[in-house]
Design a protein around this ligand. Structure first.
Ligand SMILES: [Zn+2]
Length: 406
């Protein structure tokens, strides 16, 4: 079977080491033989994975490469709701909604994983909607099985719980890059990306398997609450230039890509800045999130000579709380919890003060991607300059950090 179970098996073992409950045994409606008898070697890989979860013992997978022959369960395999154990009944649903595009058969299931034999015409999004509750989660099935799309007869492991929520693999750590733009449109320059170059970059992301996620999702990932697709990326735009509305927003709408605009509130409504009316339109779209870039764009780290510590802290609070409160007052649907430090500059005192003022994520311009252990108030962010060609843009998308073995 083209289950690509070896990779998934390794992830499952990593997870099992940390959270062995003994509650993960699969239930095979047709018996494990339904898998093993049709494709013994492939069945052995899958069953080894299941046992590895169930018994918390170290089981070495077969040395052979994943088998590519499809599973053919016996024709007499019983249909109907899978699973009968009390543990499974209490931990996973016994029936799933009928959804077009997910009409195949459940071969076995446990609390953590379900084995599914797709029918002709089944799709990842439909399978995810049926078993994981959201069509958006199809990537979890794709990554667990290392596939791009479903093939009839190719059994799939459907992770009912996130297979790898921290993005830790044997050979690499998942990183999530946050890209930082300023102006879009006009001639390419250091701080302005031409609209054709911007569209080319967005199209490339979409065409090459990247998932543009919301900054809030990265926060959930770092908190250990939400797994993210392997090639996730966040888009941010600093300062609040009017060019965002005119040039970048239509491209984001075209591809359905979410983004965060960080505005410094003293700038809103200035000559080439977004207006509050435009910001309200963007926020209402559901695609663009308006967040804080402080109030005056003064460097928060620099305390002017002669300023007392007390006055400096009061100034910091005014920059941080003042911008957040103004945005939330002018854009009632907004909730400002994310901050881009002016000039990307922050130290421990600024970061702590921001956290005290209600911010949950703070973005610097230290380049690179963010791993699960990233400091939420000191996120790395990579500048995208107008003079970068597409190859240079690609090179800035650090979505994994290779791990070397001792
Ligand atoms: Zn700025």
């Amino acid at each position: 079977m083209r289950l690509h179970a070896l990779r998934w098996w390794r992830q499952a073992r990593l997870r099992a080491r940390g959270a062995c409950t003994g509650a993960d045994a699969l239930v095979f409606p047709a018996g494990p033989g339904a898998i093993a008898s049709a494709s013994p070697a492939a069945g052995a890989v899958l069953i080894a994975a299941v046992l590895g979860l169930s018994a918390c013992t170290t089981i070495h997978p077969p040395v052979q490469a994943p088998i590519h022959a499809p599973i053919h369960p016996p024709a007499q395999a019983p249909a109907g709701p899978p699973g009968t154990s009390a543990e499974d009944r209490s931990s996973t649903p016994t029936e799933w909604p009928a959804i077009a595009g997910a009409d195949g058969r459940v071969l076995g299931r446990g609390a953590r994983v379900l084995v599914y034999l797709p029918a002709p015409g089944d799709r990842l999004d439909a399978i995810a909607e049926r078993f994981l509750g959201s069509a958006d989660e199809g990537w979890q099935i794709a990554e667990a099985n290392d596939i791009g799309r479903v093939q009839a007869g190719q059994a799939l492991a459907v992770p009912l719980r996130p297979a790898n929520p921290l993005g830790v693999r044997a050979d690499a750590l998942q990183l999530v890059p946050i890209l930082c733009y300023h102006r879009v449109g006009g001639a390419n320059s250091r701080m302005s990306v031409g609209v054709s170059a911007f569209e080319q970059q967005m199209a490339w992301l979409v065409d090459n398997g990247y998932r543009v996620i919301r900054l809030a999702d990265l926060g959930e990932f770092i908190a250990g609450r939400k797994p993210l697709p392997r090639r996730s990326v966040v888009l941010t735009f600093d300062d609040g230039y009017a060019s965002f509305h005119r040039y970048a927003y239509p491209v984001l709408q075209k591809y359905g890509l979410p983004a965060t605009v960080f505005v410094y509130t003293d700038f809103v409504g200035a000559r080439d800045a977004l207006t509050w009316k435009q910001l309200a339109e963007l926020q209402r779209s559901g695609l663009v999130d308006i967040q804080s870039h402080a109030r005056s764009h003064r460097n928060l780290v620099d305390a002017p000579a002669g300023e007392t510590a007390e006055r400096y802290l009061a100034y910091l609070d005014g920059e941080l709380r003042g911008s957040r409160e103004q945005i939330e007052r002018r854009l009632p649907s907004s909730s400002v919890r994310h901050l881009a430090y002016p000039f990307g500059d922050a130290d421990a005192r600024v970061a702590e003060r921001a956290r005290m003022q209600g911010y949950e994520l703070g973005a610097t311009v230290v380049p690179g991607g963010n791993a699960f252990y990233a400091a939420p108030m000191m996120l790395r962010r990579t500048m995208i300059f107008g003079h970068l060609d597409l190859e240079a843009f690609k090179a800035r998308l650090q979505f994994e950090q290779p791990l070397t073995r001792p």
